[in-house]
Design a protein around this ligand. Sequence first.
Ligand code: FES
Length: 255
Amino acid sequence: MSVRRLAEVQPASFAFTKENLEWAQGQIAKYPEGRQASAVIPLLWKAQEQHGGWLPEPAIRTVAEMLGMAYIRVMEVATFYTMFALEPVGKHFVQVCGTTPCLLRGADKLMHVCEKKIGHQKELNEEKSMSWLEVECLGSCSNAPMVQINYDYFEDLDPDSFEKLLDDLVAGRPVKPGPQIERQGSAPAGDKTSLTDSTLYDGSVVGAWKKGFAERVAVKAKEKELAASEAAKPKETSPGEKQAAKPPTDKTKGG
Ligand code: FES
């Protein structure tokens, strides 16, 4: 768990650019009168983007004024979520998940790599191109251990692949977000253990099922047709039934 404190050195002021201000007003307008505070996260996020990836104190104040919120309420939001960086970050900002599933799968070793390649947590490296932070679960536990670098997730890491990833970033070489092993998304690593029948994927199972279905529908239709024609046939009546069908004589009448 990282301690969340405002940076000691802060800019004197903050103002949204014209374009970002228009965008912010559009966000605020999405909410009904009296509910403008609902736009606090998007506005803080935009302020952070504009300010080079971290959120200065004057920006928190600006957002509070724009939304008519108490300053401390916006401060609470900014200090609660680690998606808001409260101190300057490098061009490549590495957030290492240190929650249990990632830790059990070697996140501590990734943090050692960060210390070796970048330096102390929350401090910019010498070139000011990188910084790192331990954060809580980033919601990619099935691909543990993982890190977020700027907007991308890099998953299924080990110390070697992570070191290489950091080297590639520094050297400006292309990197591939997502799993860093042969694995599709969060599908099981290695060979499949279920749904392995190839006919499930070549259409033959669906084809056979469709054919069987059509046959069953045709049989049902035939049965219905036969039943309808049987019902339409005139019924043969027996002599006894004919007698019974004669109307009874009214014995109450005279004659
Ligand atoms: S525990 Fe690391 S992503 Fe969830």
